[in-house]
Design a protein around this ligand. Structure first.
Ligand code: PLP
Length: 388
């Protein structure tokens, strides 16, 4: 546990594992440690644990159990879809993606485009982070195999209108990958209602352990595996299942679904934090503030202050937040997301992300408002000349 004084506002980076998930995992290390494919009792017990978790994960993702497979993380799920779908469909080579997708999507697509494997078209977003819908319609055509649109953006929390994007993709015979890594546990998910063909989630973003995630694949879509072996997980992810982590994911998925109704409380705290900081600190912009956003995310840009400096000083005050921008050898480099939104440098360089969870308290929020105000005010003050 971090020291009690630590105020953890970096839950979009990763979350604390729920005690309930940890507790459920322990017997699968100590007692039911069989291989989930072994025929004996310990194997059967492990298999039951996996299938019980699969049902919980499918319920969270709004898909059938046989449409959900376990992966190691969001990055892997996205890679299975992109590479596996290309391998299964050699005749369509175009992939369309929004300009604010996570690097697990954009870097892979850029690498594939660079070696000539795909034609890549990037769809811009507006200054407020919403997908340019007209540009999306223009980009997706009859040669498009896959469109990639995340449900909620990791830095700003901006939520994209997935059903409308799905309709466009399907009208051209293309598939839609929805990266729901940031949305899980914060928004209701449904493969069916969103109109997605593929959906990825990652356990460590919603209080499951690190190293476990899931991918939902709409029934009937052919995807080739990235590697071959024992044929586990619909043949798409050979290798002995990480049973304890899967069990932990199942518990976290159940809790995420059951506690979705209380996300309104997280939103109240996020709004309190945002309003408190904006009222106390001059010259701020709430990035993406005009769009529908994740209830736990506040991205506040402090004009003309370096976000990485703010985050460093906040860390010294035991507040954990994050900055996408950084200054390398004196060169200001805003995050790819802020660049894609076209924000002016003096705003983009000062963008700090505060992300809450169901464990965040009102008392922590109030303390954070005071500390952030003091830190930013301090950083804005001109350095005093040294006295002799
Ligand atoms: N997609 C989004 C939107 C993310 O925020 C992240 C992680 O930050 C990922 C994918 C990658 O997830 P993982 O770290 O589990 O590979």
């Amino acid at each position: 546990m971090p020291p009690m004084a630590t105020i953890y506002l970096d839950n979009n980076a990763t979350t604390r594992v729920a005690d309930e998930a940890l507790e459920a995992m322990t017997p699968f290390y100590r007692e039911f440690y069989g291989n989930a494919h072994s025929a004996h009792t310990l194997g059967r017990r492990a298999h039951e644990g996996v299938e019980h978790a699969r049902a919980e994960v499918a319920a969270l993702m709004g898909c059938e159990g046989h449409e959900a497979i376990f992966t190691s993380c969001g990055t892997e799920g996205n890679a299975i879809v992109i590479r596996g779908l290309l391998d299964a469909n050699p005749s369509r080579r175009k992939i369309v993606a929004t300009s604010v997708e996570h690097p697990s999507v954009l870097s892979l697509l850029r690498a594939l485009a660079a070696n000539g494997s795909i034609e890549l078209e990037i769809v811009p977003v507006t200054a407020d982070g919403s997908v340019d819908f007209k540009a999306f319609i223009r980009a997706v055509d009859q040669t498009t195999l896959l469109a990639c649109a995340m449900y909620a953006q990791n830095e700003t929390g901006v939520v994209h209108t997935i059903p409308a994007l799905a309709e466009v993709a399907h009208s051209q015979g293309a598939y839609l990958l929805v990266d729901a890594v940031q949305a899980a546990g914060k928004l209701p998910l449904s493969l069916t209602h969103l109109g997605a063909d593929f959906m990825t989630i990652s356990g460590h973003k919603f209080h499951a352990p690190k190293g476990i995630g899931a991918l939902a694949i709409r029934k009937g879509i052919s995807v080739k595996p990235l590697w071959y072996g024992g044929g586990q997980e619909l043949g798409l992810r050979s290798g002995t299942e990480a049973v304890p982590a899967i069990v932990g994911l199942g518990v976290a998925a159940r809790m995420a679904r059951e506690k979705l109704t209380s996300i309104a409380e997280v939103r109240i705290l996020r709004d309190r934090l945002e309003r408190g900081i904006v009222a106390a600190v001059a010259d701020t912009t709430v990035v993406g503030g005009q769009q529908p956003r994740l209830p736990n995310t506040a991205n506040i840009a402090f004009h003309n202050v370096a976000a990485d400096e703010i985050v460093r000083v906040l860390d010294g005050e035991e507040v954990c937040a994050s900055a996408g921008a950084a200054c390398h050898s004196g060169v200001a480099e805003p995050s790819a997301t802020m660049k894609a939104m076209g924000l002016p440098l003096h705003i983009a360089m000062g963008a700090v992300r505060f992300s809450l969870s169901r464990y965040t308290t009102a008392e922590e929020v109030d303390r954070a408002i005071q500390i952030v105000t003091r830190v930013v005010t301090g950083l804005r003050q001109p350095a005093q000349p040294a006295t002799t």
